[in-house]
Ligand binder design. Sequence first.
Ligand SMILES: C[S@@+](CC[C@H](N)C(=O)[O-])C[C@H]1O[C@@H](n2cnc3c(N)ncnc32)[C@H](O)[C@@H]1O
Length: 187
Amino acid sequence: MKSRPFTRLAPALLFIGMAPAVWSQAPGIQPNRLAPYVPSPAPVVNLMLSLAGVSDKDTVYDLGSGDGRIVIMAAQQFGAKAVGVEIDEDLVAKTRDRIKELNLEDRVQIVQQDLMDVDLSPASVVTLYLLWTSNKKIRPNLEASLKEGTRVVSHDFRIEGWKPIQTEKIRGPGRNHTIYLYEVGKQ
Ligand SMILES: C[S@@+](CC[C@H](N)C(=O)[O-])C[C@H]1O[C@@H](n2cnc3c(N)ncnc32)[C@H](O)[C@@H]1O
């Protein structure tokens, strides 16, 4: 007897339906992880902060701050106040040690939290190096809490539905990087 198309497709459909649940239970993978830890090369960080025109009048938020290189450079080289938001406990501990070593505790703070839950209203600049899908997820938060004029700089991944006011490319150690600059109110 011939099997009907639905009977043949059923196992595949079942797998696709179950995949997110199985994936989120896999060891080492957390559903609220919006990107893996991949640090931005220093020249890329410098260009991100320069394009955003960061100065001592700014409060920079790096969402998913990794080893803290963006917030540290924002404070050390651009004179800004900076807040890093990072979910990974080890990265938070390492960054806090580094901030202490550099005597930047009065200007740089690391918050161990899911970046989806952070109040972004104090930010005048937000930096991102997440993923295209993550930017899509956080866009409603950005739109709800950022004030007009806040600059948002994203390394390599666009914010879908927003129009950058500037896009720059830079050659990194191994590849080309793209930086997208947005301004709230002009996006
Ligand atoms: C690609 S790295 C970027 C690190 C740093 N911003 C840079 O450009 O060098 C992304 C970081 O986001 C962190 N991250 C992922 N999901 C997060 C979440 N839900 N809340 C806070 N941090 C998160 C990761 O642990 C990782 O350190």
